[in-house]
Each structure stands twice: as C-alpha cells, then as structure tokens.
Ligand binder design. Structure first.
Ligand SMILES: [Zn+2]
Length: 463
C-alpha cells in the first residue's frame, strides 16, 4: 500500500504533521510554524544528526575543511555577489534598526570571505584546490502554493561545498566530485549511480537573457558551457551515463550539471525522475570578490574558478524523496529503530523465560550502541505483527526468540539485504555472533567513512 512521505515520516516519528493539532490548544502546528517550515521530531533529530556526522567525516576524509556560517547577513554581502539583483525575489529580507538584512539564501559568499581571509593570513600555505564544506541552512522564498511536505520547503539544509581551483585543475576536480557523489549514494544509501539509474542534465544559460538573468558576457558563458559539456562527455565515457542539455536552466552565475535519478514510484508502480546532486561551474563570483587579484599576490596565479556542489542537495528534500521512493526503508545506520527482538509467546510455562531472553538479547545489542528494542507477541499474531513492524519501523535487523531458541541457545535473525531489497535469514550460533551480524549491517558504511557513528538512544516508545 502506497504511503505519502509525510505519513511515513510521521510513523517513524521523524516529523510533526503541520495539519495535526496541538493538544489542548487546538490550533494546527502549521499555524505556529508557518508554511514550508517542517518541524522535526525525535526520529528526525536522530536521522539528521547521524547524517551530519557521516557527511562531515566523509568530506574531511576527502580534504574538505568544515565551516559554519551565520544564518543572516547584511544585504551588502549579497549586493557584492550580485544576488540582490539576480536573486532578490527568492530572498527573505529583514529590516533591523533601519538596516537591511537577508536570511542567507546561499552559503557561497560567506565561504569566499573565509577563503579570502585565509589567503591574506597564510598566503601560499593555503593550497589549491581549496575545498570548504558546510551543512548550511538556507532560506529561500517560494510562494505558499508551491510548497509541498519535505519536497519543497522554505528553509533547508544543504550539504554544500565550494572548491576553488586553477583552470588546469578544474576537469580532474569536477570528475572527482562526481566520483564522490557516486560513492556516497552507493555506500550510504544503497542507490546505484549507473547508466540505468541516472542521467545528467547540463543546465545552460538562455543566450538572449545574458546580462539580464545571467551574469557575465556571452563569450564567458560559451567557454564555461563548453567545459561543462566536456566533463559530461568524460563521465559518459567512463560510466556510460547519458546527458542532455537544458537551455535556460543555469544558475545566474554559471552553468551546472544536475544529476537526475530514476527512482521507484510506489504510487504508480513505475519510475519517477528526481534531481539529486548538482555540480556547478562559476566564473563570476571569484571576479566579483577580486579573488583573482588576491591569488595573483599570494600564489602568482589569476585563472581561478569556483565549483559549487551539493551531493544530496537539500537534506529535507532528499529525505522526503528517499522515504517516498523506498516507502520508509532507511539505511541501517540512519534508521531510528535498527533492530527489533521479538519474544514469541506460545502460552506455555516458558513464556516468561522467552520474554526475558528477548530482553537480554536487546540489552546486549544496546550495549553495542545499537538502537534495539525488545517486544513480545503471542504466536498466533506473530506474522501480522512482524508485517506491521517491517512496514512501519523498517528495522534492518529482526530477531526471533521462541522456546526453540531458548533450548538451543541459537538465535534466528533476519537481516535486510539492500541489494535484493528483502530480508535474508541468518542463524546465529550464540549471542556472541551478534557482533558479526552488526558488522555485516555496517559493511558498506565502513567502506565509506571507517567506523560508523554509534548513537544509542531509547526508542522503545515507538514499538
Ligand atoms: Zn554556492
């Protein structure tokens, strides 16, 4: 049965539905939060904080520096970048003590300021390419009629990064960013990035609107767009992934390569296209900030380019897309409930022992920082109960404890296999084998970032 991502997120205590009502007060939550401003609950806090940890470690291991920049800025900053003339209608503007401020719509200008200060302070000791990463919260105005659940919101967090490099470094850098994207999707989210599952959209300018909607000269746009097409060709050569051009879809500062994924559409049983990551090429911002002049002083080079990229895009939207496409099935490491240990009662004398044993197994998992929960059910209701747990909580691990397990000391488990999209049965010889089971569940994420985050919290309230 198809479920909307908001219903799924609600079941997993990821968020509060804006249309439900605040108890006692009676008004809807959305009345207080305003539209397009999702309020996350405990499951959402968990998923997001673990994801932030993974993304941070992942980027640091790839040579990015991490920053955190203010949520508001004086509009003078966006005057300097050109946002105020090219992006004004998407910005939330505030008046404070007669001065104009904006809620940050993009992180880039702050990243450039940080880079410039480093260059002045440490000169050539700052190496090129320079890569800076931020889980940056941005706010962009969208008309209320366009807002939709987590898919389209007014405030969201980007897994945003900016790379500064010389012209000769750009091609390699661009391809390494694409490889990073592939690695992240495949090892964290179990989504394959192949010719069958993705295509690339090269978002180009509309030549008739250069100077009006796009910053820079027609010649500069042509050079940048040609470079981008070459990169798409190289990705096609390496992975067979197709690309197509879309005129008039570029950012105001440069052309971009958007990754479009073909994901399951449970509503129709077919497939649906979603934009996931984006890699953008910018020849405007470095010049606006006189970065080329500064780098000439510090590094003796002036051919500086900037890449803007987000692998997931907006965390909120990606979560919405992922929950909907896979109907709530999150990767093991992100799932609020990772394991459920079910004691199966048969109405006999040993029921208490069965329940205790299930609790012992859950405690052992909790000691290993696994978000495990013990629960018990009468045997006649077992299959319905398991079906419900599988379809609402989606634990990667299910463990069954009955009289047979009590006698043999063995444990019957089921581990979700993301490549087959089904559970596979595993028999553990004893409790000692639980560690090997967890290792297997963590195999892919270990390949990505080394030791995965271990966050135990009591999630028994959900079962
Ligand atoms: Zn940017």
């Amino acid at each position: 049965m198809y479920r909307d991502h908001m219903d799924i997120a609600y079941d997993k205590d990821i968020l509060i539905k804006p249309t439900s009502r605040v108890p006692m007060i009676g008004r809807e939550y959305g009345y207080y939060t305003g539209p397009g401003n999702p309020l996350f609950s405990l499951g959402g806090g968990l998923v997001r904080s673990i994801l932030y940890y993974i993304l941070t470690k992942y980027h640091v291991r790839r040579g990015y520096y991490v920053v955190e920049t203010p949520i508001i800025a004086r509009t003078t900053l966006y005057e300097l970048t050109g946002h105020l003339s090219f992006y004004r209608e998407n910005m939330f503007l505030l008046d404070i003590e007669g001065d104009q401020y904006a809620l940050k719509p993009m992180n880039c200008p702050y990243h450039v300021l940080i880079f410039m200060n480093l260059l002045e302070k440490y000169s050539h000791k700052i190496k090129l390419p320079f890569k800076v990463f931020e889980l940056g919260k941005v706010h962009r105005y969208e008309i209320s009629g366009a807002l939709k659940g987590l898919m389209r919101v007014r405030g969201f967090t980007q897994d945003d990064a900016h790379l500064f490099a010389r012209e000769e470094q750009i091609a390699d850098l661009f391809l390494s960013v694409f490889n990073d994207l592939k690695d992240l999707y495949e090892k964290l989210f179990h989504m394959s990035i192949t010719a069958e599952s993705v295509k690339l959209r090269i978002s180009l300018s509309d030549k008739s609107k250069i100077g009006e909607e796009y910053m820079g000269s027609p010649e500069e746009w042509s050079v940048a767009e040609e470079k981008l097409v070459k990169m798409a060709e190289e990705i096609h050569r390496r992975y067979g992934i197709e690309y197509f051009a879309a005129e008039g879809e570029a950012a105001f500062y440069g052309p971009k390569l958007d990754v479009i994924a073909l994901l399951p559409d449970p509503e129709t049983g077919g497939k649906k296209e979603w934009q996931i990551g984006t890699i953008q090429f910018d020849f405007n911002l470095p010049r606006k900030f006189k970065l080329n002049k500064l780098l000439e002083k510090t590094h003796g080079v002036s051919d500086i380019y900037m890449i803007h990229r987000a692998l997931l895009g907006s965390i909120e939207r990606f979560l919405g897309v992922y929950l909907e496409a896979y109907q709530g099935r999150l990767p093991y490491v992100l799932s609020p409930v990772q394991a459920v240990v079910i004691g199966i009662k048969s109405g006999g004398d040993r029921d208490t022992e069965v329940v205790n044993y299930a609790e012992q197994v859950a405690s052992k998992l909790q000691e290993m920082d696994v978000r495990a929960v013990a629960s018990s059910i009468d045997r006649p209701h077992l299959s319905g109960y398991v079906r419900k747990i599988r379809s609402t909580l989606h634990p990667s691990i299910l463990i069954y404890i009955g009289e047979r397990e009590l006698e043999s000391g063995k444990i019957s488990a089921a581990l979700y296999d993301f490549s087959r999209r089904n559970y596979k049965k595993i028999t553990l010889e004893s409790m000692d084998d639980l560690e090997a089971l967890i290792d297997e569940a963590e195999k892919d994420i270990r390949e990505l970032i080394g030791n995965p985050p271990k966050y135990y919290v009591d999630v028994s309230y959900m079962v």
